[in-house]
Design a protein around this ligand. Sequence first.
Ligand code: ADP
Ligand code: ASP
Ligand code: MG
Length: 479
Amino acid sequence: MSDAPTLLVMKFGGTNMGDARAIRHSAYLAGRSLKEGVKVVVVVSAMSGVTNQLLNIAEAAEKGDIAHANDQIAALRTRHFTAAQDLGAAPDAETVREIRELLETLRQAVYGVYLLRELTPRSRDLIVAFGERLSAPLMALALETSTLRAHHLTGGQAGIVTDSHFGSARPLGTAAGRIRDRLSGLLGAGLTPVVAGFMGETEKGAITTLGRGGTDYSATIIGAALHADEVWAWKDVDGVMSADPRSVRGAQNIAQLSYGEVMELAYFGAKVLHPLAVTPLQDAGIPLRVKSAADPEFAGTLVTTQAAGDGAHPVKAVTAIKGVSIINVSGAGILGVPDVVADLFAALARENITLLMVSQSSSMSNVSLVILGSDEERTLAALTPPMGGRQLQVDVQRGVAVLAIVGAGMRGTKGVSARLFSALAGDDINILMISQGSSELNISVAIEGEDVERATRTVHSAFGLDAPVSEIAGQAGIQ
Ligand code: ADP
Ligand code: ASP
Ligand code: MG
């Protein structure tokens, strides 16, 4: 940033909202900028684990296990009341009253699912969005106790109006104007808006969610709408790393990435950011910083249009998605009939199925598709009707993983795939499918699921991405 910022959007993830201590620290991080005169919009995730718990509650109610659902709601009540109390709220405080009301509404929604024994995508979204609705008042409280004036809002109240693709909703073109309308007044009055992430609202007022990890996306949608100087995503990791630090001990921070590189990484399983998180920022060129809440002075990762690298590392990161399936479509019907292939892709597009990899044999007698395991049922249903008037044979291979290497430096660099393949072969790992996008930002391979952890470590080290041993010892707290 050349000039001092005037407006920042700060996103705090689940771990950073995990309990009163973490929330207080997050409020301190926002407060540091506020006290320097910067305006800040805060966007929060649910407390860690709460979204999964809500999904579990919804599914229990659908199955008729209302006792389990109610026990879980009681556990949520205890956790949120404890956090409010630890943040200094009196038993009759506004925050406590609000949490009580939200949990009562949640209980009623869950009871409705139980009575109907039906959990629609729409009711699931209503239920899971309670996590963020419950954490936003806690963050506002933490800011207020450190003498900062705050006002919390749901995603819809903040102007995030979306389409009605429940579970993976997208903002409408009108969202940006509405966000400006809803938040500018608060900012102008010196209040810090605290927005419940992950959620939006349709034009008719139904609550939607933006897909798992969606709070990153809420923050960038708001950042772009308000023309913020930067969006900062505070995390429990040192920025975007060369691999998931949970599987690769030597994973290192990546100082700078382009929007395109981040998208590839997120698309191929790096959970650190929502796959669409950078899309709202691209046109306006608003930078995204991924920062470590534990080490706020550390620069973290800067994401801009530039893909600056050090030249020595054409590959910046290795990532993987587990639990995917290969769908093999074959049969004489495909041979030389382009219509069949066109119909096949159209059928998948209609069902909104994410295609991770596609390969077609040159004889055109076979097409292989890699999809998420969770999309398998819908994919098979979509491929059942005759394509181009012909019946096809469809086989499934489950328990597969996709491993991808990502880096703009691969473009025009020879020998990258050779290095990838020989590293995998050297470790006795069988490659089931290969794909390289024409953008040359990534090369991905499908491998057996059981090999994925080992393959990730092998490839990470083959591309020279491991941190020096002394640094690894330091990260682990070993002196
Ligand atoms: P938040 O709630 O802050 O969004 P997430 O749990 O969604 O946090 O994302 C952070 C997690 O992403 C980290 O704890 C880490 O295990 C995982 N992760 C996966 N791949 C990467 C990567 N390449 N760099 C950093 N973190 C990664
Ligand atoms: N709480 C939501 C999730 O767990 C959204 C987020 O954390 O970004 O997916
Ligand atoms: Mg996340």
